[in-house]
Design a protein around this ligand. Structure first.
Ligand code: KG4
Ligand code: ZN
Length: 338
């Protein structure tokens, strides 16, 4: 039996979880800063780190209490080493090191994105080879895993992450922050509109993605319509943006799955909460019936510490321990990508 205390603080969620055997959630405490950042229209890094400092001890204490565990029951402290906001990461890294030092526990530093992938372990046992479509505010990647805790990034975005594009388009449509959930909701009321033709993203490598051209096209279209005195129907524009962005991304994912033939495909990251993406992937994966599709429950799509505990357990099993010299790394690359 392995019990991991996990800490996540890479962006605007201060979180701690206690995870048993990699897939059993004894507790999962997430303190979101979203209400504060909404006032500024996005995450303000300095504000985020200050709130992490204020909340980190409380979430750790609450996670331990809710799990019914004492520190004697904890085998290791897993934490997000990167990537993310440097000031935010520092708080979680220092908390993890302090706990590990005080209670003589091994440290297990993990890559935030690997956590998003392992959030699927709460749904079912991961099977390999596995393809992960990672879609978040900072990443859009196809990750190929031949085995457990073995990552190869086979596709990435040439420019913006998909979550970033959602957030920017939402700002133009006056939907506020975070934009992803707002566009998801608004697009349900939208329809195809022949005046809102948007370009399909193009990339050199078939595994790669691109969203900046599409984002700019939405901004320019919005400006042009306004200049010409035409009424902009936000729901239709949201619908057209979402359909173009998601269909292009899902097309590439399905092609990669057909090419690499994994036994399991998983969705991961904040944008995996998107209802249309979940629907499209479920529909299109019927073309590859021999491959199982796994989609994490909504609450494990956005940032949390349970997922860090899940991947932490895999890293622990592989002996991937850290040291007190490890420093928060905002640009950390995926393990195996060195
Ligand atoms: O994984 P995450 O919580 O943080 C990062 O690691 O980046 O992802 C946050 C991103 C934001 O861009 C947010 O707008 C997007 O996920 N997001 C969504 C939805 N829920 C969150 N995007 C589209 N549809 C959603 N329902
Ligand atoms: Zn994330």
């Amino acid at each position: 039996m392995t019990t991991i205390l996990a800490i996540e603080s890479s962006c605007d969620e201060t979180a701690c979880a206690i995870i048993r055997n990699g897939n059993e959630i004894l507790s999962n405490i997430v303190s979101s800063q979203i209400n504060t950042h909404t006032l500024y229209g996005g995450v303000v890094p300095e504000v985020a780190s200050r709130i992490h400092v204020e909340n980190i001890s409380t979430v750790v204490t609450e996670a331990l209490a809710a799990s019914g565990c004492s520190m004697d029951d904890i085998d290791a402290v897993a934490y997000t080493l990167g990537p993310g906001l440097i000031g935010s990461l520092h708080v979680g890294v220092m908390a993890a090191k302090t706990i590990a030092f005080a209670y003589h526990k091994p440290l297990v530093p993990v890559h935030h994105i690997t956590g998003h992938i392992y959030a699927n372990a709460f749904v079912t046992e991961l099977k390999f080879p596995l393809m992960a479509l990672v879609v978040s505010g900072g990443h859009t990647e196809l990750v190929w895993m031949k085995n457990d805790y073995d990552f190869e990034v086979i596709g990435t975005t040439a420019d913006d992450a998909i979550g970033e594009a959602y957030d920017k388009v939402a700002r133009v449509l006056g939907l506020g922050y975070p934009g992803g959930p707002a566009i998801d909701k608004l697009a349900k009321e939208g329809h195809y509109n022949p005046d809102y033709k948007l370009p399909t993203p193009k990339t050199d490598d078939p595994h790669n993605f691109s969203f900046s051209g599409l984002k700019t096209a939405v901004l320019q279209l919005n400006d042009r319509l306004k200049r010409n005195g035409k009424e902009v129907v936000p729901a239709d524009l949201a619908w057209c943006f979402q359909e173009t962005a998601l269909n292009s991304m899902v097309d590439k994912t399905i092609a990669a799955v057909k090419e690499k033939q994994p036994v399991m495909t998983v969705l991961a990251g904040g944008v995996a909460a998107n209802s249309r993406l979940r629907e499209l992937m479920s529909e299109r994966m019927k073309e590859v019936p021999e491959c199982e599709l796994v989609i994490p429950p909504l609450k494990y799509c956005t940032d949390n510490a349970a997922m860090i505990g899940a991947v932490g357990a895999a890293a622990y099993a592989h002996g991937m321990f850290g040291t007190f010299e490890d420093a928060a790394d905002p640009g950390l690359i995926m393990p195996g990508e060195e």
